[in-house]
Design a protein around this ligand. Structure first.
Ligand SMILES: C[S@@+](CC[C@H](N)C(=O)[O-])C[C@H]1O[C@@H](n2cnc3c(N)ncnc32)[C@H](O)[C@@H]1O
Length: 398
């Protein structure tokens, strides 16, 4: 039996998540806000009309997307027939007004675009690629399923995922982790683990059977640092547009101006460096089809990339005297972030224009200034998700 077949067998035995309404509510918190997916993944584009939920399990992720996008066509696929049967049953129980199309399909199948109808504006794939022996065929298949201007959200395990340490630790007791066989013994050992960890990574002994079967036991895990996920995606033509952690991590570096040490790394490099410093247990990545480096403002040399105002932040401008700097306050309710940014009077005026028009053309960028300090402000805003490169405008201007 191949590793993929063993993985499928696990989800046939233990469909994930346990098919109930509480799981749907929990998943609502796990999937990043639609506002961020749209602002950074599909800047300037209308709400997604077609969404693919790739590796949907018993449907919780798809039901979350349905709540957020009541009118969109949603197709949700999984290679576990039992999970799909449970998702369909749950859909009948809930009574979804615009039904989701649940299909049995393998994400690594070359025919995925035909099977699903393709032409998606957004693909979400949460907690799936970490268990594929080779995520590359799925990443290539997703590209074939996407409309121009579409985005891919990937939720994948990081190096600090608890299973990275848990699995060898369990093995040291002679416990076989490739498959959940002896649940009672596993819970006993996890009780010991929990007692030594003071609840810092959650109480494993109390997790659901389906979590233990797939997230602790299982034949294969890709608990990778961001650099490895980014490289794998890059090989399939994907560029990292943002991570859910980046704005928060970057904001932490701003107290004491430590962020200056990171300038002028591009978004991907920046996120990788922060992940090296403080490895994530789970990455929430937003990817776009783009030429290498085209999402890295000011780094590609030559012409500056046009920018878009993401709409994730509101800006408060206090009154300032004619010759004084303005301390503008930025606030992002989506990530609960706040920071102050000193601006010259000219920059404050330019910023108002940018917010009003929603875009910053190359001539706006020239007006803003090309000094290192001026470029660093825009770079910081890009990392925080205040602005995002407008590659579609760049392509149509070219
Ligand atoms: C941990 S569950 C995540 C389910 C859902 N995305 C969520 O977050 O609630 C992983 C799911 O991926 C599915 N899966 C794994 N490999 C797959 C593949 N090659 N094709 C389709 N589904 C796959 C499994 O059957 C399982 O239902």
């Amino acid at each position: 039996m191949t590793t993929a077949e063993r993985t499928r067998q696990i989800y046939e035995r233990h469909p994930y998540p346990a098919a109930n309404l509480a799981e749907i509510a929990r998943k609502g918190r796990a999937i990043p806000p639609l506002k961020w997916l749209q602002a950074i993944g599909r800047p300037g584009r209308p709400r997604p009309e077609r969404v693919l939920v790739a590796g949907c399990g018993t449907g919780a992720e798809a039901f979350v997307m349905r709540r957020r996008l009541p009118k969109a066509e949603i197709v949700a696929v999984d290679f576990s027939p039992r999970s799909i049967a449970l998702a369909r049953r749950l859909q009948r129980t809930i009574g979804v007004r615009e039904p989701i199309t649940f299909l049995v399909a393998d994400l690594t199948n070359r025919d995925l675009a035909r099977q699903t109808g393709g032409n998606f504006d957004l693909i979400t794939c949460h907690g799936v690629l970490s268990y594929l022996p080779d995520p590359q065929p799925a990443l290539i298949g997703f590209a074939a399923c996407l409309r121009p201007g579409g985005a891919l959200y990937l939720g994948v395990n990081g190096e600090a995922h608890p299973a990275t340490r848990l699995r060898p630790w369990l093995a040291s007791f002679g416990f076989a982790t490739h498959e959940l066989r002896n649940e009672r013994r596993l819970r006993e050992l996890l009780g010991l683990w929990d007692s030594l960890h003071d609840g810092e990574s959650g109480e494993f002994a109390r997790k659901s059977t389906s979590y233990l079967a797939g997230d602790v036991c299982g034949p294969h895990f890709n608990n990778w640092p961001l650099s490895r996920w980014r490289a794998a995606a890059h090989r399939c033509g994907w560029e990292l547009a943002g991570t859910a952690l980046l704005p928060l991590a970057l904001r932490l570096t701003m107290d004491g101006d430590h962020h200056r040490q990171l300038f002028p790394a591009g978004i991907g490099e920046l996120a990788e460096r922060l992940d090296l410093t403080r490895p994530a247990s789970f990455h929430k990545l937003l990817l776009r089809r783009a030429a290498p480096g085209s999402l890295d403002i000011f780094l590609t040399g030559g012409r500056p990339v046009p920018l878009r105002w993401s709409g994730l932040y509101s800006v408060h401008f206090p009154r300032a005297k004619a010759d004084q700097k303005t301390q503008a306050t930025f606030h992002c309710p989506t990530f609960n972030l706040r920071f102050d940014c000193p601006l010259t009077r000219r920059q404050a005026e330019a910023l108002r224009t940018f917010i009003e028009t929603g875009t910053a053309s190359p001539s706006w960028l020239r007006h803003w200034g090309q000094s290192e300090a001026a470029r660093r402000i825009l770079w910081l805003w890009a990392g925080l998700g205040v602005v995002t490169p407008d590659i579609l405008a760049a392509e149509s201007n070219a």
